[in-house]
Design a protein around this ligand. Structure first.
Ligand code: GAL
Length: 659
């Protein structure tokens, strides 16, 4: 019976999508196979908005269409037989917030119609385009200048007139079978000091800083001009203590072993600023979800303490899933059975020279349904300080019960409240406004955040990584020392699916992973490893331990990254403290419309040649170019630099002006 139904279904579909020869027929967009519409949040909905409610735009109901979410793309083969495409587009009313979005129709790679930027409340806009002679049509919903969040986009009553078929192109990319090749050379046996060049601390609060240095062990650390109150352990290189006097201290750090030595100035600023370079650490969410337990946290601390600390990695951050079911009589929120003793756990992490981060929500519950901090902000901050917490990710979920009709002011309020609570304890706690609220980058700093989540949850899918990463230019200007956009975790290594289950290797290709890490570093993003730390393969290790790449992220200027869109891809660049410029040449479909998929598998195996014209970046003269992943000088170039970049890959270079 089921089989008969499905044959009947196919016959019906063929009837709708293939008119009789020579006869013009109407085919509605919602009759096409929506699996091929690729979008960066949720799934395409037939005759419903992306959240599943009936279509409604600016108070007007619509019967049919497709509900999607930016960035959304559907590429359609028209066989050159369609005559027109018409309908309406709009931002659906069913949306807690409203995001800016723009609809586009692109016929054979030519933009033929755009809605202009629209948002919730704007009446639906009509379109009617002539398709005669057009072979392929792309339906695109772009973000409208404020990132992809909350863009609930409706194609309404949209229909084709055609004498042929309307065939959606597969949006699933061909998996490229390129081995995970390693570009990063092993660190030399001679000592080399890595990591941040500046450290912000508050006078009176405990300082913990492990000097990151590579080189054959044993190494010996020493320091001159260490401010009063601090001590350095010569064997481990861990600095501890409390600075009483505000001031800036230039500490000369020295590391030596039997092969040689290295020196560097570490500037310690004791004042009111912390987190002067983006935090680097691990977060439990992407691999373990709510199934995180003490063993997994210990595995992470163990590996970081042995293999990553030399490169500047320092935070071990537990996400949701640690909380007891009830508060104690005194109102204290302890760990559940998986976390019997946080003070002990924190202590063992600190003993390794690492720091510990925790998670909570301003609502009565967290996103994972555990107890949140609502009404207990001061109590929780005091508990965390007592345990020795160094970092807080503060989500938003369930605060919507407190503020059912949220305005920016109402969303900001609980964050400011927790800031005040954190200020009342004697610890430097990095504060992450951990929720991709609309335009959070405009107020995250004012609410006291050191970083703020700019987007939805990341997953190890190329379209999600690109939708998050390549649109961070909308908020780039918010970045400065101590204040960072947080585009979410690094989805490299072994990750969970749906957070917590089915641990698997990142589904990103090797080149996509180089792209991911390079882009995050160019953007001065917090680097939070999302993988299982009990096993990290050599490829992932190479992604996480390239000190020249990490130095781009940790550059003390934290200058906003800029984006240049070119026909063959995108160029992202950032000015660094020493007068050089870090540049990523990314081989990506510059507008993510999926034309590359339509050109078949061959293009995915090819490298694209990309030319960087120095004057496009406002640069004049000659530059020495260095390949940062390979750690190799490439020569001196005058006016421009050309290279070939693998599909979905990057060349990350540093340009030094030739004197
Ligand atoms: C989500 C958040 C995730 C994770 C999760 C925990 O809202 O975006 O990163 O923290 O909550 O429940």
């Amino acid at each position: 019976m089921r089989r008969m139904m499905s044959i009947f279904g196919w016959v019906l579909l063929l009837f709708f999508c293939c008119p009789l020869p020579g006869r013009t027929a109407t085919i509605f967009l919602d009759e096409l196979d929506t699996r091929y519409m690729l979008q960066d949040w949720g799934t395409p909905q037939v005759n419903k908005s992306v959240l599943g409610g009936a279509f409604r735009v600016a108070g007007v109901d619509y019967a049919r269409g497709i509900g999607t979410h930016s960035i959304s793309r559907l590429l359609i083969d028209l066989e050159g037989k369609a005559t027109s495409f018409s309908g309406w587009v709009g931002a659906d009313d069913l949306n807690d917030f409203s995001g800016d979005m723009e609809f586009e129709l692109i016929a054979d790679e030519v933009l033929v119609w755009t809605s202009g930027v629209i948002r919730k409340g704007v009446p639906a806009r009509p379109f009617a385009i002539d398709l005669r002679g057009v072979r392929k049509l792309a339906l695109l919903v772009k973000e409208g200048g404020d990132g992809i969040m909350y863009d609930h986009a409706d194609w309404l009553d949209a229909r084709f007139e055609t004498t042929g078929r309307i065939i959606p192109e597969q949006s699933v990319p061909v998996k490229i079978d390129v081995a995970k090749y390693i570009l990063t050379p092993l660190p030399p046996a001679q000592p080399r000091i890595n990591g941040p060049k500046v450290l912000g601390v508050r006078p009176g609060n405990p300082v913990l800083f492990a000097i990151p240095a590579t080189g054959e062990r044993p190494v010996r650390f020493s320091a001159e001009h260490l401010p009063e109150g601090l001590t350095l352990d010569p064997a481990s290189g861990v600095i501890r203590g409390i600075i009483r006097e505000a001031g800036a201290y230039n500490v000369a750090i020295r590391v030596e072993n039997s092969k040689g030595s290295d020196v560097r100035i570490l500037r310690i600023e004791a004042g009111d600023r912390i987190c002067l370079t983006p935090p680097m650490g691990w977060n439990s969410w992407n691999c373990w979800g709510l199934k995180v337990d003490e063993q997994k946290v210990n595995d992470a601390a163990d590996l970081m303490g042995r293999k990553l600390i030399q490169h500047g990695w320092s935070y071990i951050n537990i996400d949701d899933g640690w909380e007891a079911a009830q508060r104690s009589v005194g109102g204290m929120l302890n760990g559940n059975a998986k976390f019997p003793d946080f003070r002990r756990l924190c202590g063992s992490i600190h003993d390794k020279g690492l720091k510990f981060g925790i998670y909570s929500s301003p609502g009565p519950r967290t996103c994972g349904g555990h107890l949140g901090s609502y009404g207990y902000e001061v109590k929780d901050a005091a508990t965390w300080a007592d345990w020795g917490v160094d970092y807080l990710k503060y989500d938003y979920c369930y605060y919507s019960q407190i503020a059912p009709v949220p305005t920016e002011e109402l969303i900001k309020r609980p964050y400011t409240l927790m800031r005040q609570a954190l200020d009342s304890v004697k610890r430097d706690i990095v504060y992450c406004v951990g929720f991709g609220a609309p335009n959070v980058w405009n107020w995250g700093r004012e609410a006291g955040g050191n970083q703020w989540r700019t987007t939805r949850d990341i997953t190890d899918e190329w379209n999600v990584v690109t939708a998050i990463g390549f649109f961070q230019d909308v908020c780039a200007s918010a970045v400065s020392p101590g204040h960072y956009n947080d585009p979410d975790m690094l989805v490299v290594g072994r990750l969970g699916q749906g957070w917590g289950d089915k641990v698997h290797d990142s589904r990103l290709t090797a080149d996509e992973q180089y792209t991911h890490v390079s882009l995050w570093c160019l953007q001065s993003a917090p680097l939070l490893i999302g993988c299982d730390m009990s096993e990290i393969d050599d490829f992932t290790m190479n992604l996480l331990t390239n000190d020249e790449v990490i130095a781009v992220d940790q550059d003390p200027l934290a200058m906003p990254a800029r984006k240049l869109v070119k026909p063959e891809g995108q160029v992202w660049y950032k000015y660094l403290e020493d007068g050089s410029i870090a540049i990523g040449l990314f081989n990506v479909d510059p507008y993510f419309i999926l034309w590359d998929k339509s050109r078949g598998e061959s293009i995915q195996r090819e490298k694209t040649s990309m030319t960087l014209v120095f004057s496009d970046l406002g640069l004049k003269g000659k530059y020495r170019v260095r390949d940062l992943w390979r750690q190799q000088d490439l020569g001196t170039f005058d006016g421009s630099y050309s290279t070939s970049v693998p599909y979905h890959g990057v060349q990350l270079i540093r340009l030094m002006p030739e004197k």
